[in-house]
Design a protein around this ligand. Structure first.
Ligand SMILES: Nc1ncnc2c1ncn2[C@@H]1O[C@H](COP(=O)(O)OP(=O)(O)OP(=O)(O)O)[C@@H](O)[C@H]1O
Ligand SMILES: [Mg+2]
Length: 277
């Protein structure tokens, strides 16, 4: 069981959230590598419709494994537990079947066709769709990321890291996801560029797309998220509204870098603190 970040009784927002049926319901999943290395240990998580949900955690916590398990990219995983999307089972289904239900995953490496142009990558995002709607969707993503208009004929591999991330998100949006999953969208980006990507995610969420993102950059993620989980060693250790997490002393010290003096004993102090989750 994870702790709640908020020590007071549930707020109306939290109570309302708890009452709403989850869009994505994950219960007690266990994912293993090579049938013996546990990456997710009985993890439970509920994402509500239209929210931005952030999973935060350090290197090796299992964040990528979580997204890959949901997307069906790890064969025969989760070994145990249940994943339901819109009330229907999706665990251990093939990835195409899961994406058809409306779950679109932007991996950490962005998954672009590097030798194709921006336009070709976007056209592939529209694959299997036709008509006026597609044109309108293309306009929508180009308005979301105007720089992609300027880079239309450029090969994806020649784009900057930020532009590649924007292209990956734009391409994902052309599939009209019900749930957009992103793996560390700010990774390797300069602060201003990361902010621009996050501004776009906020706009996407405002149009009703639910977002599940994993991040090491807690500050950026909690700034736009409605709800968050802190994950360590394959488990959820703390959860709460973004506001409650941002106010939590441990989150401030371990993830937001607030008030932590630089001493050589800091690492040990943090380690001891982690053990108290
Ligand atoms: N393909 C793999 N084979 C074996 N073990 C793996 C594999 N991928 C990940 N792991 C292990 O599973 C655990 C979780 O890794 P994962 O990549 O999910 O963490 P993460 O939270 O995404 O970390 P990071 O912040 O570095 O991206 C780690 O101990 C990792 O070594
Ligand atoms: Mg990862």
């Amino acid at each position: 069981m994870s702790q709640r970040a908020e020590t007071k009784p549930p707020t109306d927002a939290e109570a309302g959230r708890a009452a709403a049926p989850p869009l994505l319901n994950i219960a007690n999943i266990e994912t293993l590598y090579f049938d013996r290395i546990y990456a997710l240990h009985g993890l439970t998580l509920k994402v509500r419709e239209k929210e931005i949900f952030a999973v935060l955690g350090p290197n090796g916590a299992g964040k990528t494994t979580l997204l890959r398990t949901i997307a069906g990219l790890l064969k025969d995983q989760p070994k145990k537990g249940v994943i339901e999307f819109m009330g229907r089972r999706i665990h251990r289904y093939p990835p195409e079947r899961i994406s058809k239900r409306g779950i679109v995953y932007v991996p950490e490496d962005r998954g672009l066709f590097r030798e194709l142009t921006v336009k070709e990558n976007l056209d592939l995002g529209c694959w299997g769709r036709r008509g006026k709607e597609v044109k309108a969707d293309l306009e929508y993503v180009l308005d979301l990321f105007p720089i992609l208009r300027e880079r239309h004929r450029q090969q994806a591999e020649t784009l900057s890291g930020g532009e590649q991330q924007m292209l990956a998100i734009a391409r994902a949006m052309l599939r009209r996801p019900k749930l957009l999953m992103l793996d560390e969208p700010s990774l390797g980006l300069a602060p201003l560029v990361a902010r621009a990507v996050y501004d776009a995610l906020e706009k996407i969420a405002a149009t009703g797309t639910t977002i599940l993102l994993v991040e090491q950059n807690a500050r950026l993620a909690l700034n736009i998220a409605d709800y968050g989980y802190i994950m360590e060693s394959g488990r959820i250790v703390l959860e709460g509204t973004s506001a409650a997490l941002q106010e939590n002393d441990d989150v401030q010290e371990l993830y937001l870098g607030v008030g932590g003096e630089e001493t050589s004993s800091k690492g040990w102090r943090l380690y001891k603190k982690r053990r108290t989750w």
